[in-house]
Design a protein around this ligand. Structure first.
Ligand SMILES: Cc1cc2nc3c(=O)[nH]c(=O)nc-3n(C[C@H](O)[C@H](O)[C@H](O)COP(=O)(O)OP(=O)(O)OC[C@H]3O[C@@H](n4cnc5c(N)ncnc54)[C@H](O)[C@@H]3O)c2cc1C
Length: 366
């Protein structure tokens, strides 16, 4: 599964999404930089520029385009194999780390349903067993853990592991294996970084080498991801039929209002960006005009509450198209970034899609 590690910054079969450009949001970059100081500099030298979200992003929103402004939010986009290559170099440089490239994990070793003691692996030289104090399922979206837990008699519907009444010792799961965010918002790697930090903190806080509380970890992970998951999935829930529940309608109404305020109010733009980058919680919106006050949706926008159609998170192909004249004007402007051009239709730009970096400013190879 992990074949091709020796090949340097090349795509691997175990990570099919590796062919897509990846962006690392502010929190993810901050956490990784904390563990590996100077990490950003390595891909930068290889041609992946670091740029400021506020200055470099051009967000075309229905009510306009926010004016560029410095936000102190450094962003980096790169090919996924490049990031993996740089990270792998740092991790394998650690004395305690040994890398086994090639064998795929085919199952868990257990001592009854309550204890995981290692993994079974299969590689080109046959099958083997690896005994471990702790097994971490970081197998991404192709994880087989639900089936393996099922065979231990631990029913595992979906991956709401934190709700299972029992959880085996010696096992935890994180990353896409537990919680797979929509790739459209570019949050997956960023949310995985604080999950790794949670693991580190829990391992450090154990007394006298006592086993890790795996169930406690899964509950902590669920708390860590809850708000971002809610933000990312509320628009999708609007498609539920016979009709979304009122909290979903309210959530989408608020999102619409928030997005419409962003182009006109720098504080809201900053707060929204911090929320999106997970460097701040919902309190960042306090004292911004986006917070609900007695308000009615503007005429013609009422349907957005019922259908979520104007939500920024709804895929473009599902959104109502702007009138033909406006589309023409949009095309004539010849720019996807010119302020206000074609921006007042019902088009919603997903601010989360892995952003393109701005034109390099004199950096070699950018
Ligand atoms: C099209 C697309 C674009 C995306 N763009 C972005 C983006 O711009 N920014 C962002 O933050 N996120 C993005 N994501 C999401 C991001 O790729 C994932 O959220 C992130 O990689 C999850 O990390 P992970 O470690 O959990 O899993 P992965 O990165 O998928 O890693 C899983 C690893 O487990 C190995 N593996 C799997 N099964 C086995 C096994 N049985 N035995 C041994 N090894 C195994 C694989 O080889 C791989 O190395 C995107 C996703 C997609 C699909």
């Amino acid at each position: 599964m992990s074949s091709g590690l020796a090949a340097g910054a090349a795509a691997r079969s175990g990570v099919p999404q590796g062919h897509h450009v990846h962006g690392l949001l502010a929190l993810g970059a901050e956490v990784l930089e904390g563990y590996f100081p100077g990490l950003r500099a390595e891909p930068e030298q290889a041609g992946a520029p670091v740029w400021d979200w506020g200055e470099g992003l051009c967000a075309v929103l229905p009510e306009g385009t926010p004016a560029p402004m410095p936000m102190g939010m450094p962003i980096q986009t790169f090919s996924r194999p490049l990031l993996e290559h740089v990270l792998r170099g740092r991790v394998t440089g650690l004395e305690a780390v040994t890398l086994r490239d090639g064998p795929a994990v085919t199952g868990l070793l257990t001592a009854g349903p309550g204890r995981v003691t290692g993994v079974r692996v299969k590689g080109s030289d046959g099958e083997d067993e690896i005994v471990a104090d702790l097994v971490v399922d970081a197998w991404g979206r192709s994880s087989h853990l639900p089936q393996w837990l099922g065979s231990l008699g631990l029913p595992s519907r979906k991956t709401a592991y934190h709700r299972l009444p029992r959880w085996p010792h010696g096992l935890i799961a994180l990353g896409d294996s537990v919680c797979t965010f929509s790739p459209a918002y570019g949050q997956g790697m960023t949310i995985a970084a604080p999950e790794g930090r949670l693991l580190e903190q829990m391992l450090r806080s154990r007394r006298n080498g006592t086993p890790l509380d795996g169930q406690g970890f899964q509950k902590g992970l669920a708390r860590l991801t809850a708000f971002s998951w809610l933000m990312a999935t509320i628009p999708d829930r609007a498609w539920k039929r016979p009709g979304p529940a009122w909290p979903v309608k309210a959530g989408n109404w608020f999102m619409d209002r928030l997005i419409d305020t962003v182009p006109h109010d720098p504080r809201t733009y900053t707060a929204f960006s911090q929320l999106f980058h997970m460097t701040a919680g919902p309190l960042a919106l306090a004292d911004t005009p986006a917070l609900p006050r007695p308000h009615r949706p503007p005429p013609g926008r009422e349907h957005s509450v019922d259908q979520g159609l104007t939500s920024p998170w709804v895929p473009a192909r599902h959104r109502p198209r702007p009138p033909a004249a406006r589309r023409q004007q949009f095309r004539r402007s010849g720019s996807r970034c010119s302020r206000g051009a074609g921006s007042r239709g019902r088009r919603r730009a997903s601010p989360g899609t892995a952003p393109s970096p701005p034109r390099p400013r004199g950096r070699p190879g950018g």
